[in-house]
Design a protein around this ligand. Structure first.
Ligand code: FAD
Length: 307
């Protein structure tokens, strides 16, 4: 029986594991793919105290740091169920069941993609998902934001400060963002909003994005916009499908509901990072929340059996 079993090996899970091991707790970490989203990231310039790094390099450093401690690392393993009995029981895809006194859920999230030609090819070469991360790379250049929900309009307002021009493309004939955000976006001279626009292709020169093609859904006409960057803002999906039958409280978006100590609705079950209700999804925030969740679990463990 583990004292702390961490599910997920991204920044949140790595921090949770290290904090648990440093408390002398019997710690395990189950990760489908160690490193998580960081493994897919090209340049990272906002991991404070490290001016510039790259995803794969940071992943190797995370793993090296976790391996410095007595942590049972179970890679290429997928958790498929969570049940609370005497212990917390985590079922794995391979049929094994792991038992733990406490668990930290850190299974992260994934950006929803447009699934159009060119999108995968130009990921990290103009196709971006995180304005906080990649906005400054497009300083003074024109970009598009795909999606007119809150995250899309927030991204457009944010980017308008940095880039030369932002074109927002929304599939529907109305924007789904809050009225106050729409008003703010409309007040900025370098934001253009196009509704009923379906992006059909990302264009590039082989090295980087040069534009996109969209279909005007009212006339069916195809139009081209010249751009240096495309921010896809059509949703961040938490990796929590496997928790749907566990009884754990999730929001309607599938985010795990946590309190200030990372505690979920199930005693002994904590959560951290992009899979949770944390409002901002960033590496440094995921690491902090992983530390918080383990310290929350530690508080829980030292009280176990003392009632
Ligand atoms: P993740 O990194 O998503 O890790 C989740 C972990 O859980 C993985 O190990 C995964 O394999 C595992 N997992 C998932 N489901 C299961 C399961 N059922 N069983 C077992 N394991 C499972 N942030 C920044 O701060 N700066 C940047 O420059 C930056 N750039 C980014 C660029 C891109 C392209 C992307 C996609 C994201 C970027 N981010 C950036 C965001 C940042 O990567 C995330 O906020 C951060 O990785 C979240 O950490 P996490 O540990 O919560 O989740």
């Amino acid at each position: 029986v583990f004292d702390v079993l961490v599910i997920g090996g991204g920044p949140a899970g790595s921090a949770a594991s290290i904090y648990a091991a440093r408390k002398g707790l019997n710690t395990g970490v189950v990760a489908e793919r160690f490193g998580g989203q960081v493994a897919d990231t090209v340049g990272i310039e906002n991991f404070i105290s490290v001016k510039v790094t790259e995803g794969p390099k940071l992943v190797a450093q995370l793993e090296e740091h976790v391996k410095d401690y007595d942590v049972d690392i179970m890679k290429s393993q997928r958790a498929t169920s969570l049940k609370r009995g005497e212990h917390v029981e985590i079922g794995l895809e391979n049929g094994a069941v792991l038992k733990a006194k406490s668990v930290v859920l850190a299974t992260g999230a994934r950006w929803r993609t447009m699934n159009v030609p060119g999108e995968q090819e130009y990921k990290g070469k103009g196709v971006a998902f995180c304005p906080h991360c990649d906005g400054p790379l497009f300083k003074g250049k024109p970009v598009a934001v795909i999606g007119g929900g809150n995250s899309g309009i927030e991204a457009a307002i944010d980017l308008a400060n940095i880039v030369s021009h932002v074109t927002v493309l929304e599939f529907a004939d109305t924007l789904r963002a809050d009225e106050v955000l729409i008003r703010k976006a409309k007040s900025l001279p370098n934001i253009t909003i196009i509704k009923s626009a379906q992006t059909t292709e990302v264009l590039g020169d082989g090295n980087k994005v040069t534009g996109l093609v969209y279909k005007d859904r009212t006339t069916e006409a195809l139009k081209t916009v010249e751009l240096a960057g495309i921010f896809v803002q059509i949703g961040l999906v938490p990796n929590t499908d496997w928790l749907k039958d566990s009884g754990i409280e999730l929001t309607r978006f599938g985010e795990i509901v946590i309190d200030a100590k990372g505690a979920t609705s199930i005693p002994g079950v904590y959560a951290a990072g992009d899979a949770t209700t944390t409002p901002f999804k960033q590496i440094i925030i995921a690491m902090g929340s992983g530390a918080t969740a383990t310290l929350g679990a530690f508080d829980y463990l030292i009280r176990l059996g003392q009632e």
